[in-house]
Design a protein around this ligand. Structure first.
Ligand SMILES: NC(=O)C1=CN([C@@H]2O[C@H](COP(=O)(O)OP(=O)(O)OC[C@H]3O[C@@H](n4cnc5c(N)ncnc54)[C@H](OP(=O)(O)O)[C@@H]3O)[C@@H](O)[C@H]2O)C=CC1
Ligand SMILES: CC(C)CCC[C@@H](C)[C@H]1CC=C2C3=C(CC[C@@]21C)[C@@]1(C)CC[C@H](O)C(C)(C)[C@@H]1CC3
Length: 591
């Protein structure tokens, strides 16, 4: 039997690659696991990670190369810097920025050595990948060239400039999106979702319109193409979006800061969502007072959906085209595969803005979200009209109130969305544009739409049980989201001092007690309980009103696994430790 070779011994000081990057730090080998063939290494800040042999290089190789080229005191000094020290120097930097800064200081790149050579040439190439960096040296050399002063006494000022350029270099490196694994089934998956999602919305709307929407009647007949088009419906949708845009830009409400971007910059967001829903309600009441019949929304649902779909396609195309003019630090890590269809679907640019108008934030929080409540309300009126009622049914009232509470809470705590995955990591492309403008308003309203034709009387105990379920879910959802948001905004907040946390090499910590110590996604748990409370009022006669619950389980399980891989990449062994401590993902002792 062939014995595995042990290249590095316990106690060896070597250079270890930082997961997910091409950056190397000085690390100490703690041991080798014979079974997995992974080396356990420890970074200078105490972070332990398991690395493959190919992610480790001998420190001697790095240093001899460096030493032969430069004897600069600054280089000698900087060689001993650790990720932790770099973190302290600039606490607001992101993981990637910290990592990039550390490597330019402690790693042996020939780029760094070249800086203090006699001619003091400085090349600033993004550390996207070694292959890229090495393939373009001439170009970069031409762009960044520092001439050395004749007098050696000026050495210090040259050094200062080198340090400044290093800072810039680190920022550039941090800003350039490395390729991350493709999601949603990759390139083929992107084609599939582009066709499937609109087809699914169409199916839901046609099915719910059937005289008997049971699955036995699948597939619903397709209406003629003209049935989808209504210029007035398109006009209403455009008017609604413009109205919301005007409310968004009004200088009313707080200007909140987003999380630091890879470049270290923090964007500002006008968080006046609650104001927007209040003004929208007044405007709708005024329109009704002037004689506008809101049940138009029920009778023209298909046309309104089609109009929103057209707008989402136009918006996604605009977003994709403009992303080609964006600077590298403005691109999302996940939407830069180079494949047109995948990047169009997943979103290429992270925070597309027209001046201060943030398109992703606006679309996620305003037209669709507030539109959802408007549509639900219209369905309550349509139910009264169709069923000849003086007031909406109890089920309809519950669905309306529950979902209104969800939306109003989201708008009231609008700032909290700035620490969610969509805002921090996902690019803005078809998936979110379609999700925000079509999926949310026209499928999240399916329970209310269903109840218009299929009333479901509720007994008092059932009503009480459903309300209790909703309130429990809401409590868990709100408390856990607020806890994480408060911690991310100010980790030393005294109100959170009772909570334990695990420090990570990036400078951020992970909560390991409180809500985030119960399961890894307590907010998803609360959200799922609420989803259950939204479907229960519709009864069990059909599967259709349960669609949201089923979809939501799939969405959140997938989001959780996306988030797990992203956090594993970012936090390494600290994340593993968190997962060892908090064993369950969403449901305690179950999942
Ligand atoms: N109704 C709907 O259709 C949908 C609703 N939602 C809801 O939106 C909300 C936001 O969800 P989502 O953006 O998916 O995820 P989260 O708000 O849970 O954000 C995940 C991020 O939180 C940070 N984090 C994870 N664990 C910890 C910890 N232990 N301590 C501190 N920070 C931690 C990490 O980011 P980092 O460390 O980088 O800060 C991680 O990437 C949820 O309540 C969800 O239920 C979501 C999707 C759809
Ligand atoms: C079309 C795809 C299959 C799925 C698209 C997903 C989007 C619809 C959702 C992604 C995350 C969302 C959030 C909310 C709405 C749905 C989308 C856009 C949210 C704004 C709902 C209100 C909540 O209070 C919230 C926490 C602010 C939500 C944030 C995430």
């Amino acid at each position: 039997m062939k014995m595995p070779t042990v290249k590095y011994q316990r106690g060896d000081m070597v250079m270890g690659r930082w997961p997910g990057s091409n950056l190397y730090y000085e690390v100490k080998v703690l041991g080798l696991d014979a079974k997995s063939q992974l080396y356990t290494v420890i970074y200078k800040d105490g972070t332990e990670l398991e690395l493959k042999e190919q992610d480790i290089k001998s420190a001697a190789g790095f240093q001899s190369r460096s030493r032969s080229r430069s004897r600069s005191p600054s280089r000698r000094r900087s060689r001993s810097r650790s990720p932790a020290r770099t973190t302290r120097r600039s606490s607001s930097r992101t993981a990637a920025a910290v990592a990039a800064a550390a490597i330019t200081e402690s790693a042996p790149s020939s780029r760094r050595d070249a800086k203090l050579k006699d001619s003091v040439e400085v090349r600033l190439s993004p550390l996207k990948s070694e292959a890229v960096a090495e393939a373009v040296p001439e170009k970069n050399q031409g762009r960044y060239n520092l001439r050395r002063r004749k007098d050696d006494g000026d050495f210090k000022s040259v050094e200062a400039k080198v340090e400044q350029l290093e800072e810039k270099e680190a920022k550039l490196a941090a800003a350039t999106p490395p390729s991350t694994p493709l999601d949603f089934g990759g390139k083929i998956g992107a084609y599939f979702w582009l066709l499937f999602l609109p087809a699914w919305v169409l199916f839901l709307l046609l099915q719910v319109n059937l005289e008997d929407p049971s699955l036995a009647n699948f597939p619903p007949p397709l209406p003629p193409l003209e049935a989808f088009w209504d210029v007035q419906a398109l006009g209403f949708v455009i008017l609604w979006i413009l109205f919301q845009a005007v409310l968004y830009i009004l200088p009313v409400g707080k200007l909140s800061e987003g999380m630091p971007l890879r470049s270290g910059e923090r964007l500002k967001y006008r968080t006046n969502g609650f104001f927007a829903i209040v003004v929208s309600s007044v405007a709708v009441a005024a329109a009704m007072h002037k004689g506008f019949d809101l049940t138009y929304i029920h009778s023209h649902f298909l046309q309104l959906t089609a109009a929103s779909f057209i707008i989402s396609i136009l918006l996604s195309t605009y977003l994709y085209v403009r992303s080609h003019y964006a600077a590298p630090e403005q691109l999302a890590l996940g939407g830069s595969s180079g494949n047109v269809v995948y990047d169009f679907f997943k979103g290429h640019e992270l925070n597309p803005r027209i001046k201060n108008f943030d398109l992703k934030f606006f679309c996620e929080m305003r037209p669709g979200l507030i539109g959802w409540c408007l549509i639900n309300f219209a369905m309550a009126l349509a139910e009264m009209k169709h069923q000849g009622l003086n007031a909406p049914s109890h089920s309809m009232i519950l669905v309306n109130l529950f979902q209104l509470l969800y939306v109003v809470d989201g708008l009231w705590n609008e700032e909290a969305i700035l620490t969610t995955m969509d805002l921090m990591h996902d690019g803005f492309g078809f998936m979110l544009a379609f999700g925000d403008l079509v999926w949310v308003p026209f499928t999240y309203t399916l329970q209310a739409y269903y109840l218009v034709s299929w009333p479901n009387p509720l007994s008092l105990p059932a009503l009480g049980a459903i309300v209790t379920l909703k309130l429990v879910g809401f409590y868990i959802f709100r408390k856990s989201n607020s806890e994480k948001n408060a911690f991310r905004r100010n980790p030393s907040d005294t109100r959170l001092s009772h909570l334990r946390n695990i420090p990570t090499a990036t400078g951020k910590s992970l909560l390991v007690s409180g809500w985030w110590g119960v399961v890894r996604h307590p907010n998803y748990l609360g959200d799922l309980l609420m989803a259950l409370a939204w479907s229960l009022p519709c009864g069990f006669s059909h599967l259709l009103p349960w669609y949201y619950m089923i979809y939501f389980i799939i969405l959140l399980v997938h989001r959780d696994s996306r988030d797990m891989s992203e956090c594993r990449r970012k936090y390494g062994s600290a994340w593993d430790e968190y997962c060892r401590t908090v064993r369950y993902r969403i449901i305690p002792r179950v999942y």
